[in-house]
Design a protein around this ligand. Structure first.
Ligand code: F6R
Length: 238
Protein backbone atom coordinates (compact mmCIF):
# COMPACT_ATOMS: atom_id res chain seq x y z
CA UNK A 1 0.00 0.00 0.00
CA UNK A 2 1.25 3.42 -0.91
CA UNK A 3 0.07 5.84 1.82
CA UNK A 4 0.16 9.58 1.11
CA UNK A 5 -0.49 11.90 4.04
CA UNK A 6 -1.80 15.39 3.25
CA UNK A 7 -2.30 18.51 5.32
CA UNK A 8 -6.09 18.73 4.97
CA UNK A 9 -9.14 17.69 2.94
CA UNK A 10 -8.40 20.02 -0.01
CA UNK A 11 -4.82 18.79 -0.35
CA UNK A 12 -6.08 15.18 -0.08
CA UNK A 13 -8.55 15.84 -2.90
CA UNK A 14 -5.89 17.48 -5.09
CA UNK A 15 -3.46 14.59 -4.53
CA UNK A 16 -6.15 11.99 -5.28
CA UNK A 17 -7.00 13.96 -8.41
CA UNK A 18 -3.38 13.60 -9.62
CA UNK A 19 -3.73 9.81 -9.37
CA UNK A 20 -7.12 9.89 -11.09
CA UNK A 21 -5.93 12.24 -13.86
CA UNK A 22 -3.05 9.97 -14.79
CA UNK A 23 -5.51 7.12 -15.41
CA UNK A 24 -8.10 9.29 -17.20
CA UNK A 25 -5.38 10.69 -19.49
CA UNK A 26 -4.90 7.22 -20.99
CA UNK A 27 -8.42 7.50 -22.45
CA UNK A 28 -10.93 4.71 -22.97
CA UNK A 29 -10.61 3.58 -19.34
CA UNK A 30 -13.14 2.28 -16.82
CA UNK A 31 -13.51 4.02 -13.46
CA UNK A 32 -15.17 2.55 -10.38
CA UNK A 33 -16.71 5.41 -8.39
CA UNK A 34 -17.96 6.01 -4.86
CA UNK A 35 -20.44 8.35 -3.19
CA UNK A 36 -20.19 9.95 0.27
CA UNK A 37 -18.39 13.04 1.49
CA UNK A 38 -14.84 11.76 1.00
CA UNK A 39 -14.70 11.90 -2.85
CA UNK A 40 -16.64 15.16 -3.33
CA UNK A 41 -13.48 17.32 -3.32
CA UNK A 42 -11.86 15.03 -5.88
CA UNK A 43 -14.97 15.26 -8.07
CA UNK A 44 -14.74 19.07 -7.80
CA UNK A 45 -11.11 18.90 -8.98
CA UNK A 46 -12.22 16.77 -11.96
CA UNK A 47 -14.96 19.28 -12.85
CA UNK A 48 -12.61 22.27 -12.53
CA UNK A 49 -9.97 20.56 -14.66
CA UNK A 50 -12.60 19.70 -17.28
CA UNK A 51 -13.80 23.31 -17.37
CA UNK A 52 -10.38 24.96 -17.34
CA UNK A 53 -8.22 22.48 -19.25
CA UNK A 54 -10.78 20.72 -21.39
CA UNK A 55 -9.98 17.24 -20.07
CA UNK A 56 -12.58 15.07 -21.75
CA UNK A 57 -14.52 12.12 -20.34
CA UNK A 58 -16.15 11.16 -23.65
CA UNK A 59 -14.26 7.88 -23.84
CA UNK A 60 -14.58 7.08 -20.12
CA UNK A 61 -16.99 4.53 -18.65
CA UNK A 62 -17.92 4.49 -14.96
CA UNK A 63 -19.40 1.89 -12.61
CA UNK A 64 -20.49 2.84 -9.11
CA UNK A 65 -19.93 0.77 -6.02
CA UNK A 66 -23.40 0.75 -4.56
CA UNK A 67 -26.97 2.01 -4.37
CA UNK A 68 -29.93 1.76 -2.01
CA UNK A 69 -32.59 -0.82 -2.78
CA UNK A 70 -36.19 0.34 -3.00
CA UNK A 71 -35.87 4.03 -3.86
CA UNK A 72 -36.29 5.47 -7.34
CA UNK A 73 -33.25 6.55 -9.29
CA UNK A 74 -34.48 10.14 -9.28
CA UNK A 75 -35.06 10.20 -5.51
CA UNK A 76 -32.96 13.07 -4.11
CA UNK A 77 -31.11 10.61 -1.84
CA UNK A 78 -30.30 7.96 -4.43
CA UNK A 79 -26.64 7.44 -5.22
CA UNK A 80 -27.60 7.85 -8.88
CA UNK A 81 -28.78 11.40 -8.13
CA UNK A 82 -25.67 12.02 -6.03
CA UNK A 83 -23.41 11.10 -8.94
CA UNK A 84 -25.32 13.27 -11.39
CA UNK A 85 -25.26 16.27 -9.07
CA UNK A 86 -21.66 15.90 -7.91
CA UNK A 87 -19.98 14.83 -11.14
CA UNK A 88 -21.77 13.51 -14.23
CA UNK A 89 -23.84 16.64 -14.99
CA UNK A 90 -20.70 18.79 -14.92
CA UNK A 91 -18.37 16.88 -17.24
CA UNK A 92 -18.75 15.70 -20.84
CA UNK A 93 -19.29 12.02 -19.99
CA UNK A 94 -21.94 10.22 -22.05
CA UNK A 95 -24.75 9.33 -19.57
CA UNK A 96 -24.99 5.96 -21.35
CA UNK A 97 -21.44 5.24 -20.19
CA UNK A 98 -22.28 5.79 -16.50
CA UNK A 99 -23.57 2.87 -14.47
CA UNK A 100 -24.94 2.83 -10.94
CA UNK A 101 -26.11 -0.59 -9.77
CA UNK A 102 -29.87 -0.93 -9.53
CA UNK A 103 -31.96 -3.86 -8.38
CA UNK A 104 -33.09 -5.96 -5.49
CA UNK A 105 -32.36 -9.60 -6.29
CA UNK A 106 -29.62 -12.10 -7.03
CA UNK A 107 -30.16 -11.85 -10.80
CA UNK A 108 -29.64 -8.06 -10.74
CA UNK A 109 -26.41 -8.58 -8.79
CA UNK A 110 -25.16 -11.24 -11.18
CA UNK A 111 -25.95 -9.04 -14.18
CA UNK A 112 -23.94 -6.14 -12.71
CA UNK A 113 -21.01 -8.41 -11.87
CA UNK A 114 -21.10 -9.83 -15.41
CA UNK A 115 -20.93 -6.30 -16.87
CA UNK A 116 -17.95 -5.54 -14.63
CA UNK A 117 -16.18 -8.71 -15.70
CA UNK A 118 -16.62 -7.73 -19.32
CA UNK A 119 -15.10 -4.25 -18.93
CA UNK A 120 -12.67 -4.69 -16.00
CA UNK A 121 -12.14 -1.60 -13.83
CA UNK A 122 -8.89 0.32 -14.33
CA UNK A 123 -9.21 2.48 -11.21
CA UNK A 124 -11.58 1.89 -8.30
CA UNK A 125 -12.15 4.86 -6.01
CA UNK A 126 -13.13 4.10 -2.40
CA UNK A 127 -13.99 5.83 0.85
CA UNK A 128 -13.85 3.99 4.17
CA UNK A 129 -16.43 3.79 6.94
CA UNK A 130 -15.54 4.31 10.59
CA UNK A 131 -15.88 0.56 11.11
CA UNK A 132 -13.69 -0.15 8.09
CA UNK A 133 -16.47 -0.86 5.61
CA UNK A 134 -15.80 -0.37 1.90
CA UNK A 135 -18.81 -0.14 -0.36
CA UNK A 136 -21.60 -1.55 1.82
CA UNK A 137 -19.37 -4.42 2.93
CA UNK A 138 -19.72 -4.32 6.69
CA UNK A 139 -17.47 -6.19 9.15
CA UNK A 140 -17.96 -9.94 8.80
CA UNK A 141 -18.47 -9.88 5.02
CA UNK A 142 -16.50 -12.59 3.24
CA UNK A 143 -13.60 -11.31 1.12
CA UNK A 144 -14.88 -13.54 -1.72
CA UNK A 145 -18.29 -11.87 -1.92
CA UNK A 146 -19.22 -10.42 -5.33
CA UNK A 147 -22.01 -7.91 -6.05
CA UNK A 148 -24.77 -8.70 -3.56
CA UNK A 149 -27.78 -7.40 -1.67
CA UNK A 150 -26.92 -6.16 1.82
CA UNK A 151 -29.25 -5.75 4.81
CA UNK A 152 -28.33 -2.42 6.35
CA UNK A 153 -27.44 -2.61 10.04
CA UNK A 154 -29.64 -0.73 12.54
CA UNK A 155 -26.76 1.69 13.19
CA UNK A 156 -26.40 2.50 9.48
CA UNK A 157 -30.16 3.04 9.18
CA UNK A 158 -30.05 5.33 12.21
CA UNK A 159 -27.02 7.24 10.88
CA UNK A 160 -28.67 7.74 7.48
CA UNK A 161 -32.01 8.92 8.88
CA UNK A 162 -30.68 12.51 8.71
CA UNK A 163 -30.94 12.31 4.91
CA UNK A 164 -34.54 11.02 5.09
CA UNK A 165 -36.40 13.68 7.13
CA UNK A 166 -34.91 12.20 10.32
CA UNK A 167 -37.39 9.34 9.87
CA UNK A 168 -35.83 5.90 10.20
CA UNK A 169 -38.90 4.38 8.52
CA UNK A 170 -38.05 6.23 5.31
CA UNK A 171 -34.47 4.93 5.21
CA UNK A 172 -33.99 2.04 2.77
CA UNK A 173 -33.36 -1.22 4.60
CA UNK A 174 -31.16 -2.79 1.93
CA UNK A 175 -28.52 -1.83 -0.61
CA UNK A 176 -26.93 -3.41 -3.67
CA UNK A 177 -23.14 -3.31 -3.44
CA UNK A 178 -20.04 -4.56 -5.19
CA UNK A 179 -18.47 -7.16 -2.92
CA UNK A 180 -14.89 -7.16 -1.68
CA UNK A 181 -14.18 -9.85 -4.29
CA UNK A 182 -15.45 -7.43 -6.95
CA UNK A 183 -13.36 -4.54 -5.64
CA UNK A 184 -10.23 -6.71 -5.53
CA UNK A 185 -10.56 -7.44 -9.27
CA UNK A 186 -9.85 -3.75 -10.11
CA UNK A 187 -6.44 -3.09 -11.59
CA UNK A 188 -5.75 -0.14 -9.30
CA UNK A 189 -7.41 1.14 -6.11
CA UNK A 190 -7.47 4.70 -4.78
CA UNK A 191 -8.87 5.21 -1.27
CA UNK A 192 -9.47 8.63 0.26
CA UNK A 193 -10.16 9.37 3.93
CA UNK A 194 -10.21 12.49 6.06
CA UNK A 195 -10.95 13.47 9.62
CA UNK A 196 -10.07 11.97 12.97
CA UNK A 197 -13.15 9.74 13.12
CA UNK A 198 -11.53 7.69 10.32
CA UNK A 199 -8.14 7.37 12.10
CA UNK A 200 -8.81 4.00 13.75
CA UNK A 201 -10.13 2.44 10.55
CA UNK A 202 -7.17 3.80 8.54
CA UNK A 203 -4.68 2.38 11.04
CA UNK A 204 -6.38 -1.03 11.06
CA UNK A 205 -6.59 -1.05 7.25
CA UNK A 206 -2.89 -0.23 6.79
CA UNK A 207 -1.21 -1.79 9.82
CA UNK A 208 -3.67 -4.25 11.30
CA UNK A 209 -4.16 -7.93 10.62
CA UNK A 210 -6.02 -8.89 7.45
CA UNK A 211 -9.39 -9.93 8.84
CA UNK A 212 -13.03 -9.84 7.79
CA UNK A 213 -13.64 -7.89 11.03
CA UNK A 214 -11.99 -4.98 9.18
CA UNK A 215 -13.19 -5.18 5.56
CA UNK A 216 -10.69 -2.58 4.25
CA UNK A 217 -7.78 -4.73 5.50
CA UNK A 218 -8.43 -6.93 2.45
CA UNK A 219 -6.74 -4.17 0.44
CA UNK A 220 -3.38 -5.24 1.93
CA UNK A 221 -3.66 -8.22 -0.44
CA UNK A 222 -4.08 -6.03 -3.54
CA UNK A 223 -0.91 -5.23 -5.54
CA UNK A 224 -1.73 -1.60 -6.44
CA UNK A 225 -3.42 0.48 -3.73
CA UNK A 226 -2.88 4.19 -3.10
CA UNK A 227 -4.34 5.57 0.13
CA UNK A 228 -4.59 9.36 0.33
CA UNK A 229 -5.45 10.66 3.79
CA UNK A 230 -5.34 13.94 5.63
CA UNK A 231 -3.28 14.43 8.80
CA UNK A 232 -6.19 13.68 11.10
CA UNK A 233 -7.11 10.41 9.41
CA UNK A 234 -3.42 9.45 9.49
CA UNK A 235 -3.16 10.41 13.16
CA UNK A 236 -2.81 6.88 14.55
CA UNK A 237 -0.42 5.50 11.90
CA UNK A 238 2.99 4.55 13.30
C1 F6R B 1 -19.96 5.07 -0.86
C2 F6R B 1 -19.60 3.90 -0.07
C3 F6R B 1 -19.22 3.97 1.38
C4 F6R B 1 -18.45 5.25 1.76
C5 F6R B 1 -18.10 5.25 3.26
C6 F6R B 1 -17.45 6.55 3.68
O1 F6R B 1 -20.33 4.72 -2.18
O2 F6R B 1 -19.64 2.84 -0.60
O3 F6R B 1 -18.44 2.84 1.70
O4 F6R B 1 -17.29 5.35 0.99
O5 F6R B 1 -19.27 5.05 4.02
O6 F6R B 1 -18.39 7.57 3.56
P1 F6R B 1 -17.97 9.10 3.71
O7 F6R B 1 -17.05 9.40 2.59
O8 F6R B 1 -19.27 9.87 3.58
O9 F6R B 1 -17.34 9.23 5.04
Amino acid sequence: MNVIVCENYDEMSAKAFEVMKEVVAKGNVVLGLATGSSPVGLYQCMIKDHEENGTSYKSIRTYNLDEYVGIDRDNAQSYYTFMKENLFDHIDIDPENTHVPYGNCKEDCEAYEAQLDKVSIDLQLLGIGRNGHIGFNEPGTSFDELTHIVDLTPSTIEANARFFDNDMNKVPKQAISMGIGTIMKSKKILLVASGKDKAEAVKAMVEGPVTTDMPASALQNHPDVTVVVDKEAAGLLT
